[in-house]
Ligand binder design. Structure first.
Ligand code: GRF
Length: 206
């Protein structure tokens, strides 16, 4: 059973998807949740689930010092895999060397990285938007892609309506990717993640 550390900064709907999935024969459990911002709803979700909810503020800290502090917290909680569930900080090499790190993003990467992925897609005028789950490297929303799902853009969409249509796919992709990583079925070759798929499992969801 793998122990997962989930980093958050906000409402935590992706965290909730992971908490809900991590039961029964799922190969991972959430060991701790760490937020860089106090008082966010994600921390309450962790507490409600009986999982340690911790705050590690980035304020006034150099990147490397912050990375080391976060890493120490996750190590103290025996974490094997890290999930970034709406965590709004970029992590450096000192952190990333420690474990596989999985991120979810509300756009079809490599298009529209950074903030407001759904809003960027809408403003660009694409007809298909979507979600991406990927392994994290030192860039912003770069790193080997584990799975993607496409979502149609409708004529009357706003950023909020499009982001809301994308969100359930983020949740499904994230849970699937965590399972694949926890079961040791992901191998990275160059830029590409090769995944040993199980029967009925699709890497590209739609
Ligand atoms: C999600 O859209 C995620 O892709 C992005 O930030 C949002 C976080 O949502 N990185 P939540 O906190 O998981 O509800």
């Amino acid at each position: 059973m793998k122990r997962v550390g989930v980093l958050v900064s906000g409402r935590g709907s992706n965290l909730q998807a992971l908490l809900d999935a991590c039961t029964g024969d799922f190969p991972a459990r959430v060991a701790c949740v760490v937020s860089n911002i106090a008082g966010v709803y994600a921390l309450e979700r962790a507490t409600l689930a009986g999982v340690p909810a911790l705050v590690c503020s980035h304020r006034g800290k150099e990147r490397s010092a912050y990375d080391a502090e976060l890493r120490a917290i996750l190590e103290a909680n025996g974490v094997d895999i890290v999930c970034l569930a709406g965590f709004m900080r970029v992590l450096g090499p000192g952190f990333l060397a420690g474990w596989p790190v999985i991120n979810v993003h509300p756009a079809l990467l490599p298009a529209f990285p950074g903030l407001h992925g759904a809003g960027q897609a809408l403003a660009y005028g694409v007809t298909q938007a979507g979600a991406t789950v990927h392994l994290v490297d030192e860039g912003t929303d770069t790193g080997p892609i584990l799975g993607q799902a496409t979502v149609p853009v409708l004529d009357d969409d706003t950023e909020d309506s499009l982001a809301a249509r994308i969100l359930p796919f983020e949740h499904r992709l994230f849970v699937q990717a965590l399972r694949q990583v926890a079961e040791g079925r992901v191998e990275v070759v160059g830029r590409r993640a090769r995944i040993a798929l199980r029967t009925g499992e699709e890497r590209w969801m739609r």
